[in-house]
Design a protein around this ligand. Structure first.
Ligand SMILES: Cc1ncc(COP(=O)(O)O)c(C=O)c1O
Length: 384
């Protein structure tokens, strides 16, 4: 039996969960104004770094008294800088429901050896958010990129908390509403929802996080790359574009371009609407097809960026090789690139739905997913 290929193809087959698709209007020559070959401390470079910080503040609605810094090593750099600089003052609750959250648990428990209570949930589920004691510091991932499970909102975070909340929001920022009054430390990378480059991380600090930095010195040594204070005072320059070490001005220019594009589609609310529409198209596809389902069990926790899917057809004999084979067919046809589930996640697919992806491309890709599924079921039967 030959299974007919769909007629239309996505204009852009890039559905990777990071680096994510560039904004639809991106062309390399749009970066021609980059301050290349100049000192990042010269006025031209500093102005661009400042514009990146203030553009982030404007688009994400970050309060004026929060500090926003551009730091080394993408989101990982920003998160680890926060963990190493802030933790140890009190007990910490570590919340994890997928691989990146689990990575932060390893940092805290095995490397820093801080007094920690670890709360984990399996892929597809989330921890009991009602069980958290906000006298402790709390570390969590807003959107679990590898399970497609996100916190539904910030209502579970206490307003009168004594501890700090430290939130890895890398696959949430620019796609979900982040309640800044609930978040003391927030991090993300340019490579995710805005389709930027991965070089740098963003570190966003509430006034309470700054107070902790200025009143507490961790017991362990901090490399220069992590140091946010000098002589017990915050290094304010970091939050005004005087980066700790040399940034990539090409990546900065690319981020400025992405911010401009974000403004052109209606800013944060426009970006959220785009991600929601993309994810909704996939949710409906799952409703219409009984062989595929969202990995996230509770609809309230379903991601609108990293949508993770599992195959549920009882005819499938080897789930991992089946999912890989479907992803391979889609890649070979150049209709969907990089959509295999994350290496540590359950077998399945992960389709990026952040705002740089066009809904028309998701819609054009889904019939191909059905095609690849049916072709693989047929191939499995033939092999038997
Ligand atoms: C939730 C989460 N945290 C951290 C990272 C690591 O990000 P980066 O490679 O930008 O440091 C990722 C990357 O996919 C992620 O999804």
């Amino acid at each position: 039996m030959t299974i007919e290929r769909p007629a239309a193809r996505p204009a852009n087959p890039r559905f990777s969960s990071g680096p994510c698709a560039k904004p639809p209007t991106f062309e390399l020559n749009k970066l021609a104004g980059a301050a290349l070959g100049r000192s990042h401390r010269a006025a031209v470079g500093k102005d661009k770094l400042k514009a990146a910080i203030e553009g982030t503040r404007e688009l994400l609605g970050i309060p004026a008294d929060y500090r926003i810094g551009i730091v080394p090593a993408s989101d990982t750099g920003a998160v680890e800088m926060a963990l190493w600089s802030l933790l140890g003052e009190r007990k910490v609750e570590m919340l994890a429901w997928e691989s990146f959250g689990a990575g932060w648990v390893t940092d805290v428990v095995k490397q820093l050896k801080v007094d920690a209570e670890v709360k984990t949930a399996d892929y597809g589920q989330i921890v009991d958010l009602a069980s958290i004691d906000f006298n402790n510091d709390v570390v969590f991932t807003w959107n679990g990129t590898t399970s497609g499970v996100r916190v539904p909102n910030g209502d579970w975070i206490a307003d009168d908390r004594a501890g700090l909340t430290i939130c890895d929001a890398t696959s949430a920022a620019f796609a979900m509403d982040l309640p800044w009054d609930k978040l003391d430390v927030t991090t993300f990378s340019w490579q995710k929802v805005l389709g930027g480059e991965a070089a740098h991380g963003m570190l966003i600090l509430s006034p309470r996080a700054v107070e902790r930095l200025e009143s507490y010195t961790p017991a362990w040594p901090l490399p220069k790359i992590f140091r946010l204070t000098k002589g017990g005072k915050l290094i304010e320059g970091i939050f005004q574009g005087a980066t700790i070490n040399t940034p990539s001005m090409l990546a900065v220019e690319d981020y400025l371009f992405a911010l401009d594009w974000a403004r052109s589609v209606g800013g944060l609310q426009g970006l959220i609407a785009r991600a929601d529409a993309n994810a909704q198209a996939i949710f409906e596809f799952c409703d219409q097809n009984d062989w595929i389902d969202n990995l996230a069990e509770d609809p309230a926790t379903r991601s609108n960026t990293s949508v993770c899917l599992k195959f549920t057809d009882p005819r499938i004999r080897d789930g991992a090789s089946f999912a890989k084979a479907v992803a391979k067919r889609l890649e070979t046809e150049n209709v969907a690139l990089d959509i295999g589930a994350y290496r540590d996640a359950p077998a399945g697919l992960r389709i990026w739905c952040g705002g740089t992806v066009e809904t028309s491309d998701i819609q054009a890709m889904l019939p191909w997913l059905k095609w690849a599924f049916e072709a693989e079921i047929a191939a499995q039967a033939e092999a038997a």
